[in-house]
Design a protein around this ligand. Sequence first.
Ligand code: G6P
Ligand code: MG
Length: 223
Amino acid sequence: MLKGFVFDLDGVITDTAQYHYEAWKRVAEEETGIVIDESVNEQLKGLSRMDSLNTILKFGHKEEAYTDTEKAVMASEKNDYYLKLIQNMTPADILPGMKEFLEAVKAAGYQTAIASASKNAPAIIERLGLIRDFDGIVDPTLLRHGKPDPEIFERAAALINLDNSEVVGMEDAAAGIAGINAAGQFSVGIGDPRILEDADLIFRSTNEVDLGAIEAVFNTKDN
Ligand code: G6P
Ligand code: MG
């Protein structure tokens, strides 16, 4: 039986994906000369800060070129740029339809948790005015493995005392859908169906996300 929802943050609740991209693009070009485009960015979605940097360096064939200390400096520089980009976020930055969806989810009595790899997630949720809409936020610093590993989604379900089979996971990234599926949760993808093809149910945009449709398909799969 469906009892709760686990949400990715970036690209699902708010569009910080673009800010992560801008910040990485700048650091990559300034520090390594590697030029990334949208297709590289697609692979970064859902990855931790250091996994993102390693993916960029690999793309530029420079994975062995920097020490751990140099990489830590680059990651911290990226975060400084990112923090500047998100500093003016307000509730107006909630993606279209998601405030209403969260309200419908809470009104129906479901539990909610955030499964974001971002260390900035609590601050962003606060700025969006959504801190009361979530019953739990996974602390990404405790994770042993990043997405596509299921760990973050399993921890999110545990935080709200639910079994994986009772949970819907919502994601905009292929790595996230893989993690939700590996956790044994019902996966809802938001975005391009070609990228999210492994999801149990896909909506093209947050505008289209519909609680009734999710419940209907979840129950079909359940029985
Ligand atoms: C999310 C985003 C990733 C980002 C990660 C870490 O999963 O989709 O693009 O790299 O969070 O974010 P942080 O704010 O900790 O650098
Ligand atoms: Mg995301």
